[in-house]
Design a protein around this ligand. Structure first.
Ligand code: SF4
Length: 909
């Protein structure tokens, strides 16, 4: 135990290390602490004017034992007695997965991978805390009984392949040390071990037996000034911490500054985003090569999530089993494969695949749809390379996968930056590790080999090397035993700090509590969190402890360890924009464009009614959709969308009325004949749609849609049969008979493609325009000065003899007409404007209504011609909700840090 050792202060230790570095071994709890002590020793030497010194041995106990292992192997090799090989960590993981998956109980487990991880964790805990196996079992169906059985089989398998478990190997090394084998220095200093684990205590005993004088480093408490603050949200808290760090670094660039976040793993990407914005905004300049960050985040990300490696795994999955559309889309747009000349074709394939609503993408399907030569050549290369896929060992699979990726042009043609290069090296190492599993895994199919590789990549943490920096962002564990000049600890709400107990389910709880296993009980975690909280206060000259007050709609409470009365705590101030951002904008490197007004139109603009609808809703939206032709990509989904259903209704009614042409024919049909004709047309239209996207519209789905839409169309036709007699003249913009109609209409200088769903002529000679409405909100504010639904007014203005306009609602809620016109005789549901209060009050008849519509549309056309492109949504609560341009107009940034959401962002300009 450390209490038995005499404490040593830093300066005497450094003096000792400076005098005889080989005589003292410094064992540190982590390599981070070892590095911090190396740096502290360096500063101490430099303060004494020393420029060069011999590096002492500062390592973790694991590295010290690995050195001892090396010495022993050399000795054994010289003696011709090689001995059993310890398993590598990844071999241990693979063996445990096999053992759990093959067990009769393992077969019933839903998440075998997770069960194997828990079993391996339990195995390691048993070794670290010297728990003897088998563990005591309480009750017949105890999970512990399964674990005991798995542990036995794991040991048997190790013996069968002539390997030794690393935990057992460690115990053997410590025993050998105690017996007098290996070199040990006369003095050992322990650093950063709050409560040594039982195996570390065994090592201490072995060193004592070898006559080592042991002591522990005692860092003086700094007892700095700490304040406690609260933030409105976690985002505000991070932003405030980043600004505080910036101010600290500006005060003195040499200051060692840290931000500790207990749940850093879950918040890593938010930390990077916010800290980049505040501390190195240049990272966000698209045209610039990425630069080294001035801060370091301790927790890396799983290698499988790093872009370059993710692309490699997706490529292999595409070649072996195909991808769902989201993964396929990410792969087709990834820059890490295929020749540059094939990239545009790959992106076009993504658009095409989405438009077809393909939910599953295979190599064969992509190849079928490929027309561009370079792209086709790339896909042919993939098909050929991946044809070699018979069962074989992991080593050969690693070689095959390398060849497949080579055929795909991975990792792309452009030069890799430092981080990407390190990811590429990590990938090669991963393949080598897969090859090392040959003995353990035996022969594998392509799918199993890829599953193993993916599992390895998910478990491996990728932390690119970066230059030493003074600003660290750390998790609670990583910060243990370190000291800083300035420290901000964020995220100290009661749900996070102290952490909730999380005992391993395979070890009996009372055994865990007795042995003091981490997370065994709330009391264990509370004691640990208390020690750390005190350690933060003692380990920095100044600092801040904070928590966010809310998460979504929920109110959060401070950690009880902060010992604060919430009402007395000040809220941290958060500047809305980082000075770096503002500096970036003012640097002159970026060009400011006044994009509230676009350049004047030099050519005649063309568009449908959507152009005027978008201009009325939000001028910026009209410019992006119609002048820049930019739209969000389609998102394939299971089953038909609202749009699909609308298209089906349009297509079926068009087909029916092209046959019938007038109401008399409809009325002459018996109810059965009418229903049969509707069904026949529905079948054809749905089958056509299913041919384009078979996974989306399965036969069962087609049957459901036929029943649903058939009922709605049937009800609508019953209403059509009750209307005053009519002849259908125009269907989907095309004349039913007679001369073809002009494709566009000139309206005040812009060329509009108008395509009325339907125009009927009544016996009186009057014409009625119908717009089918199969979903969405009905816009019946007929006198709106800025109409967001201009179709019907535009048709009324550009067609001759129109006496009324109406929406034909055919949807699950409503079936019937809603419109206005010159007379109530046009149809039920079409109101006579002369008899309607709103129009009468304004003394407006039908022609005055037409005049009003003309003025409103002309005003919008005028705006379009002048290039008005301001971000001024007409009704933000509604206009922005269903808009696809949030990422382009960045409406959320306009409202950032206000209490309002988009629903109250009407004042942005
Ligand atoms: S999200 Fe709102 S502000 Fe942005 S373009 Fe769409 S409607 Fe305009």
């Amino acid at each position: 135990m450390l209490e038995d050792f005499s404490p040593i202060a830093p300066e005497p230790l450094y003096a000792r290390l400076a005098q005889a570095p080989a005589d003292t071994l410094v064992l540190c709890a982590s390599m981070r602490i070892a590095k911090a002590q190396q740096a502290a020793l360096g500063r101490w030497q430099q303060a004494r004017g020393v420029r060069v010194w011999r590096a002492p041995q500062l390592v973790t106990p694991e590295i010290f034992l690995a050195d001892l292992d090396l010495q022993q192997r050399q000795t054994r090799r010289l003696a011709g007695q090689p001995g059993a090989t310890p398993l590598a960590a990844l071999e241990v993981e693979a063996l445990w997965q096999q053992v759990v998956a093959e067990d009769e109980h393992g077969q019933d487990l839903l998440r075998k991978g997770e069960a194997a991880r828990k079993a391996l964790e339990a195995w390691r805990l048993c070794h670290d805390f010297a728990l003897s196996l088998p563990l005591p079992v309480a009750g017949e169906s105890s999970e512990t009984a399964h674990f005991n059985r798995w542990a036995q089989r794991y040991q048997a398998r190790c013996a069968r392949i002539g390997a030794i478990d690393p935990g057992d190997h460690r115990a053997q090394l410590i025993a050998a040390l105690e017996r007098g084998e290996g070199r040990v220095p006369p003095q050992v200093v322990w650093v950063g071990f709050e409560a040594p684990l039982p195996w570390q205590q065994t090592l201490q005993a072995a060193l004592r037996a070898r006559g080592c004088e042991q002591s522990c480093l005692l860092l003086p408490a700094r007892a700095g000034q700490f304040s406690v603050v609260k933030a409105r949200t976690a985002e505000h808290e991070l932003r405030a911490a980043a600004h505080w760090v910036l101010a600290q670094a500006q005060r003195d660039p040499q200051r060692r500054i840290a931000v500790v976040i207990p749940d850093l793993g879950a918040r890593r990407s938010d930390v990077l985003r916010v800290f980049d914005q505040v501390l190195c905004p240049a990272q966000w300049q698209v045209a610039r090569a990425p630069q080294a960050r001035p801060y370091n985040v301790s927790l890396g990300q799983p290698l499988a999530e790093v872009g370059l490696v993710r692309t490699a795994l997706l490529l292999l999955r595409l070649m072996i089993s195909g991808l769902d559309w989201g993964a396929a889309s990410a792969l087709l747009c990834a820059p890490y494969w295929a020749a540059q000349r094939a990239r545009d074709a790959a992106a076009a394939a993504d658009v095409q695949m989405r438009a077809h609503g393909a939910l599953r993408v295979t190599l064969g399907r992509l190849r079928q749809a490929s027309a561009e030569a370079a792209w086709r050549q790339t896909l042919d290369g993939l098909v050929e390379a991946s044809s070699e896929r018979g069962m074989t060992g992991a080593g050969l699979w690693a070689e095959r996968f390398s060849r497949w990726l080579q055929a795909a042009g991975w990792p792309g043609a452009r030069a890799l930056d430092s981080e990407e290069y390190q990811a590429q090296q990590a990938w090669h190492e991963l393949l080598r590790d897969l090859g090392r599993l040959d003995t353990v895994l035996g022969k594998l199919s392509a799918r199993d080999a890829l599953a193993q590789l993916t599992e390895l990549a998910q478990r491996r943490v990728f932390q690119p090397q970066s230059p030493e920096v003074a600003i660290q962002v750390l998790g609670a564990l990583e910060a243990q035993g370190l000291q800083f000049d300035a420290l901000w600890v964020a995220g100290l709400q009661d749900e996070v700090w102290p952490p909730a107990a999380n005992p391993n389910p395979l070890i009996p709880y009372d055994v865990q509590r007795q042995a003091g296993l981490p997370h065994a009980s709330a009391a264990v975690d509370l004691a640990w969190a208390q020690r750390l909280t005190q350690g933060w206060r003692d380990g920095a000259d100044e600092g801040v402890l904070s928590w966010p007050e809310t998460e979504g709609d929920r109110e959060l409470q401070p950690s009880p360890l902060l010992r604060v009365v919430a009402a007395e705590v000040p809220r941290c101030q958060v500047p809305s924009h980082a000075p770096g951002w503002i500096g970036l904008a003012q640097s002159g490197e970026d060009v400011w464009l006044d994009d509230a007004v676009m350049p004047l139109l030099q050519t005649q603009l063309k568009g449908g009614t959507g152009l005027l609808a978008d201009q009325a809703t939000c001028p910026f939206r009209a410019v992006v959709h119609h002048r820049l032709q930019a739209r969000a990509l389609d998102v394939p989904q299971y089953g038909p969308s609202h749009l699909d259903r609308g298209n089906v209704v349009h297509a079926v009614l068009e087909r029916l009325w092209r046959q019938w042409r007038d109401q008399a024919t409809l009325c002459g049909l018996s109810a059965e004949a009418r229903a049969a004709q509707v069904e026949a047309q529905l079948d054809e239209v749905l089958a056509q749609m299913a041919r384009a996207a078979p996974e989306r519209l399965t036969p069962a789905m087609q049957a459901l849609e036929r029943a649903r839409l058939g009922k709605q169309i049937g009800e609508w036709l019953a209403i059509e049969a009750q209307r005053p007699p009519f002849v259908v003249e125009v269907l989907e913009g095309q004349a039913v008979e007679g001369e073809a109609r002009a494709p566009t209409v000139d309206f005040d200088g812009i060329s509009l493609r108008l395509r009325p769903d339907r125009i009927d002529r009544l016996e009186s000679g009057a014409r009625v325009v119908l717009d089918y409405k199969t979903g969405g909100e009905l816009k019946t504010q007929w006198l709106d000065p800025r109409p967001e639904a201009p179709q019907l007014p535009l048709y009324a203005l550009t067609e001759a003899e129109v006496a009324g306009v109406a929406y034909a609602q055919i949807n699950v809620k409503n079936i019937g007409l809603v419109g206005i016109g010159d007379s109530a005789e046009l149809a039920q549901g079409i109101r006579d404007v002369h008899q309607t209060q709103a129009f009468k009050a304004l003394q407006m008849g039908w022609f005055e209504v037409l005049d009003h519509w003309r003025d409103a549309q002309r005003a919008l056309v005028q705006e379009i011609r002048q290039g008005v492109a301001s971000i001024t949504p007409k009704n933000p609560a509604v206009s922005c909700r269903h808009c696809d341009l949030h990422a382009v107009c960045r409406i959320r940034e306009h409202t950032f840090l206000s209490d309002d959401d988009e629903s109250s962002s009407g004042d942005v300009a």
